[in-house]
Design a protein around this ligand. Structure first.
Ligand SMILES: Cc1ncc(COP(=O)(O)O)c(C=O)c1O
Length: 367
């Protein structure tokens, strides 16, 4: 009965698989402490004062959140230089991806997704019954020309791009981005997921807010889960044209940003010096870790995010298992379509020094 009751698209679509949870793994291996380097959370935690701001908001937890989120939208607008009506908050980028799919993708529509990239775009579109057209990235760099060509050929509704890309850490080139926008078919929405853009210095970033202002069919996704260290509260936002946001709001779950997240988001915004300090610490730890891997004979890819993808040249599933026994949890490449690789989230330097030593030791055992 159940199989017949659910939408036919669900029969073929697989689940989104983030990998096993920490609790499960610690119980399985009898571990008391684990360096959790598998999900790219912001491992420096919330900015100072944010937890106190959440505690101060707790007196209002009995009430539904204010529905329009005006204060948060104004603060995001001030932080990013857009207009408030171009901002749509949501409980994480994940929720906003589902909102976009709910608003735009009908059964049989084509969407284009480069490979490898963040898994939720393809999974959410497959569940909606879309034809997911994947474009393999040569040298693990997104081929924007091939992506635009695939979108033209299939009359795609949406192109999903992640910049910097998860899991490779690669950034899109600004000139290629501009050529791509000109080559993408009219009527196709380009979604740029900038979950990791906070790890790139502001002066080096592509300002896609300008593309939105220029009337390009572009939306940007951002999150508080990474540099702001708030993954557990689920908060993100979308930037786009108000005429599109008008419809996205109809699809969004009402009251979907909770009061704790609103308080935390507000307390985190407008603090460029604190964010810059976080960025500097993460970049220094990332580069030190990558250098240690390279010196030990592994091949880390250059990364612009808070993680490093490394070509290990050994069985990544076995390496992950053995590393866990040493108290270090990473994401095996096989789960990301990249056997022989691993993706490791960046934590403060002492943790990364320990992780590098353990990883190289286990790699040595397996070579
Ligand atoms: C590219 C990308 N987008 C979105 C997310 C999830 O963001 P959020 O926590 O805001 O739902 C992740 C999480 O790892 C990610 O890697």
């Amino acid at each position: 009965m159940t199989r017949a009751a659910v939408k036919p698209a669900l029969h073929a679509a697989g689940p989104y698989v983030p990998g096993p949870s920490l609790d499960e793994l610690m119980a399985r291996h009898g571990l008391r402490e684990v360096a959790k380097l598998n999900w790219n959370e912001g491992l420096w935690g919330p900015l100072p004062g944010v937890e106190a701001a959440v505690a101060a908001a707790s007196g209002q937890f009995w009430a539904y959140p204010e529905h329009a989120y005006n204060e948060l939208r104004d603060a995001i607008a001030a932080d990013t230089g857009v207009r408030s009506e171009q901002v749509l908050p949501g409980h994480g980028i994940q929720a906003l991806i589902l909102t976009l799919v709910g608003a735009m993708v009908a059964v049989g529509d084509a969407v284009v997704v480069p490979e490898p990239t963040y898994g939720l775009y393809a999974q959410a579109c497959a569940v909606a019954g879309a034809e997911v057209v994947t474009v393999r990235a040569p040298d693990l760099r997104i081929d924007l020309e091939a992506v635009a060509a695939a979108a033209r050929r299939t009359e795609a509704r949406i192109i999903w791009l992640c910049d910097p890309n998860n899991p490779t850490g690669a950034r899109l080139d600004p000139a290629e981005w501009r050529a791509f926008l000109a080559a993408a078919p009219p009527g196709c929405l380009v979604v740029a997921d900038e979950a990791y853009a906070d790890y790139v210095a502001p002066e080096e970033r592509l300002r896609r807010e300008d593309d939105i202002d220029a009337g390009r069919p572009v939306v940007v996704l951002r999150t508080f889960s990474k540099i702001y260290g708030l993954a557990g509260l689920r908060l993100g936002y979308l930037l786009g044209d108000p005429s599109l946001l008008f419809y996205l709001q109809r699809v969004q779950e009402p009251f979907n940003v909770n009061r704790a997240a609103l308080a935390a988001g507000l307390a985190s915004l407008g603090r460029p010096a604190d964010v810059a300090a976080r960025r500097a610490a993460a970049v220094a730890a990332r580069e030190r870790f990558a250098a240690a891997l390279l010196a030990g004979g592994a091949r880390p890819l250059p990364s612009a995010g808070n993680f490093v993808l490394v070509d290990l040249g050994v069985d990544d599933a076995e390496l992950t298992e053995r590393l866990l026994a040493r108290g270090v949890l990473i994401r095996p490449g096989g789960e990301l379509g990249l056997p022989g690789f691993a993706r490791i989230t960046v934590a403060p330097e002492p943790v990364m020094d320990r992780a590098a030593a353990a990883l190289l030791a286990v790699r040595g055992e397996l070579a």
